[in-house]
Design a protein around this ligand. Structure first.
Ligand SMILES: [Zn+2]
Length: 482
């Protein structure tokens, strides 16, 4: 039988606020354990939470950018469970009345760049993060770090619209890109500011019913998400074929062995005994504020992609790659503004060379930390365009730019890499090569025209690759044919 996977993702995005959601403590990553804490976020008795307005603003921006319906009234709920990293015994979240519902995200698919897949969003709500238990630091005790308690999170829940691991990866990349454009989350999966749980089930292809789903918890890289889902689909198909029943449960991704394993049977929602938080008023969002936020939204990735195709005549593929990261898109635009003659050539340089070296240096999200400003790249492309250097030499120059941060002109000057476009110099080189290879000259003139390539190669070698190829071609033909 042929099976179809049904996948929904729950993404937790840490919001880029300076202080926590219900107190003034700092949210800075990497502080000393338990340094960013106070009675409120440690859950001491008798304290009251005070909502951070910035958190609501970021939630609203995300909701607007994903076409969600924003609730005029939403309500905070207590999600009760006991765990040492949650000293209050409950987490403040939203349950029945979330701030936003029924949105969608149009996800560009990497395999077919002119196609997008619409993934509907069930809901978006705000909640506080829990702390962190550290079990292996000492042999005889577990430690707890409460710096994360009360750090604001946005939970973004998709409908089960995703049909393959690749689509899941594309959705997650797209969502991260959007959150970064909005500047509400840094999207750093390694530091845990973007976390993902995946709900996976299978059903016979063509069936409308859902199979029993399992939830894979806290997968922390794009690759891991795709691999974990791939594994889980395979496991469920195998179990079903063997006549076993899939049980609803939570599973963990074991990145070392590349398998998912059972963590616990899935709790049902009533296990959490959700109830409205009596310490917080229902959240009433002012309509005027929403309108104001809507007009303040930046240009979003899909809009920018369309504009790149329209304004710069780029293929859809280029536009998708260049706009995936806001910083990269801005880098490209600045470079094109400095040298507007050939936007496609500039796109090739950014995609092939700039993104490659940034990936090697793990800087692909931080192009602004790269020592070559867009003006340098613009200069390089302009020098090629004007025939001052060859495309081949330009690759060498680019590598030096990457290493040293120097502008291309300085590198070309210091190394004498200017293209030789002076016909007297080239004529002299051609004469020399012809004199050294009289038999080949005779053969060429006897009809072996393929030998032209040989002569070009010889002159190129003699000039260290710096001969202007068009001019050389022209001069050579003239001499050989005379
Ligand atoms: Zn605090």
């Amino acid at each position: 039988m042929e099976y179809e996977p049904v996948i929904g993702l729950e993404v937790h995005a840490q919001l880029l606020t300076e202080s926590k959601i219900f107190c003034g403590c700092s949210t800075q990553f990497g502080a000393e354990p338990n340094h960013n804490t106070c009675p409120v976020c440690m859950g001491l008795p008798g304290v009251l939470p005070v909502l951070n307005k910035r958190v609501v603003e970021y939630a609203l921006k995300t909701a607007l950018a994903t076409h969600c319906r924003i609730a005029a009234h939403s309500r905070w709920a207590r999600k009760n469970y006991f765990y040492p990293d949650l000293p209050k015994g409950y987490q403040i979240s939203m349950y029945e009345l979330p701030i936003a519902e029924h949105g969608y995200l149009d996800v560009p698919l990497q395999s077919q760049t002119d196609q997008t897949k619409r993934v509907r969003l069930t809901r978006i709500h705000m909640e506080e993060d829990a702390g962190k238990n550290i079990h292996d630091a000492r042999g005889d005790a577990s430690l707890v770090d409460l710096n994360r308690t009360g750090v604001p999170l946005l939970e973004i829940v998709s409908e089960p619209d995703i049909r393959s691991p690749e689509e899941a990866g594309a959705y997650l990349r797209s969502l991260r890109s959007l959150l970064r454009y909005l500047e509400v989350c840094d999207g750093n999966m390694e530091e845990g500011s973007l976390r993902c749980d995946a709900n996976v089930s299978i059903r016979p292809r063509g069936s409308a019913e859902f199979g029993t789903r399992t939830e894979i918890k806290n997968v922390n890289s794009f690759r891991a998400v795709e691999k974990a889902i791939q594994y889980e689909i395979g496991r469920q198909i195998q179990a079903t074929e063997a006549g076993e029943t899939i049980v609803q449960e939570t599973r963990l991704w074991d990145a070392e062995r590349e398998v998912t394993r059972s963590m616990r049977s899935k709790e049902f929602a009533h296990d959490y005994r959700y109830f409205p938080d009596p310490d917080l008023l229902p959240l009433v969002v002012d309509h005027g504020w929403v309108t104001e936020l809507k007009t303040s939204l930046p240009e979003l990735p899909t809009d920018r992609q369309e504009r790149f195709i329209r304004d710069y005549g780029l293929p859809a593929y280029d536009a998708a790659v260049l706009t995936a990261h806001k910083e990269v898109a801005e880098y490209y635009e600045q470079a094109v503004r400095a040298h507007p003659v050939d936007p496609k050539a500039m796109s090739n340089w950014v995609m092939d060379s700039v993104l490659r070296v940034l990936k090697d240096d793990r800087l692909d999200l931080h192009i602004s930390r790269w020592p070559c400003p867009p003006e340098h790249l613009a200069q390089l492309v302009s020098l090629i365009h004007d025939g001052k250097i060859s495309g081949k030499i330009a690759k060498t120059v680019f590598d030096k730019m990457h290493e040293s941060g120097q502008p291309p002109q300085a590198i070309i000057q210091a190394r004498g890499l200017w293209q030789v476009s002076d016909s007297d110099t080239l004529d002299a080189q051609i004469d020399q090569v012809m004199a050294d290879n009289p038999d080949k000259v005779v053969a060429y003139r006897g009809g072996k025209e393929k030998l032209l390539g040989f002569f070009i190669g010889q002159v190129m070698r003699a000039t260290g690759g710096k001969a202007n190829p068009q001019l050389l071609n022209q001069l050579l033909k003239k001499k050989l044919d005379s």
